[in-house]
Write a protein that binds this ligand. Structure first.
Ligand code: AP5
Length: 208
């Protein structure tokens, strides 16, 4: 099954995509994670991407399309995949159509106030990449899964979150109409509790 998870920053694309990918035995492909890994490793791609990512701007389409095309050449994606945070522009969606088939696009939705609350409380493990929320883990600084250090993403500062939301509404939201026209769009609520929303994800995709 070739899936896309679409939705604003912090709606839960990563949280639900990781869980479902594990259940289905297919890779979760997050362009955000790939860019952060390149930034951490200091590769030429990472150096180029840093300014965009830290400021909540989209990385140019040609860089992202090249990166995704290379990723899809790896054998694990032959049995299916979940794209998390890609495509983010109509140009990226059109480029993708030239090199793979998409079965379903899941649009997760939540109000901007919910997003702001979630992202300011998000903590990420610098070692294993797991995501937590201060409403659950309090002021813990050590990862409960691997013992690594929990950090706050640079783009999770309130003013950058607001900018990312504006960028989402202007540049990514048009994809909803794009995929509706292609007859592959399904929607579910991303504004509730994690387990409740995950059930909605599976129902929307016909997997529950
Ligand atoms: P990326 O890493 O993709 O960030 P994003 O889309 O802004 O998404 P997030 O990771 O912030 O949120 P999410 O929806 O995955 O939510 P999560 O599950 O973590 O991109 C970062 C940057 O990279 C972009 O700004 C851009 O610069 C660049 N980039 C990436 N892809 C690109 C592309 N295709 N083109 C151009 N540039 C690109 O959940 C959030 C928090 O909420 C967690 O703490 C979670 O525990 C908590 N939570 C509470 N309740 C729930 C619930 N019900 N469901 C899920 N999580 C919940």
């Amino acid at each position: 099954m070739n899936l896309i998870f679409l939705g604003p920053p912090g709606v839960g694309k990563g949280t639900h995509a990781v869980r479902l990918a594990e259940e289905l035995g297919i890779p979760q492909i997050s362009t955000g994670d790939m860019l952060r890994a390149a930034m951490k490793a200091g590769t030429p791609l990472g150096v180029e991407a840093r300014g965009y990512v830290d400021n909540g701007e989209l990385v140019p389409d040609d860089i992202i399309i090249r990166m995704v095309k290379e990723r899809l050449e790896q054998p694990d994606s032959q049995k299916g995949f979940i794209f998390d945070g890609f495509p983010r522009t109509v140009a990226q969606a059109e480029a993708l159509e030239a090199f793979t088939r998409i079965d379903k696009v899941l649009d997760l939705e939540a109000a901007d106030e919910v997003i702001l609350r979630r992202l300011t409380g998000r903590r990420v493990c610098a070692d294993c990449g797991s995501t937590f929320h201060t409403s659950v883990i309090g002021d813990l600084t050590v990862c409960p899964k691997c013992g690594g250090t929990l950090i706050q993403r640079k783009d999770d500062q309130p003013e950058t979150i607001q900018h990312r939301l504006d960028v989402y509404h202007q540049q990514t939201e048009p994809l909803i109409a794009h995929y509706l026209k292609r007859g592959v769009l399904v929607k579910t609520d991303g504004g509730g509790g994690v387990d409740e929303n995950y059930q909605g994800v599976k129902q929307a995709l016909g997997l529950a």
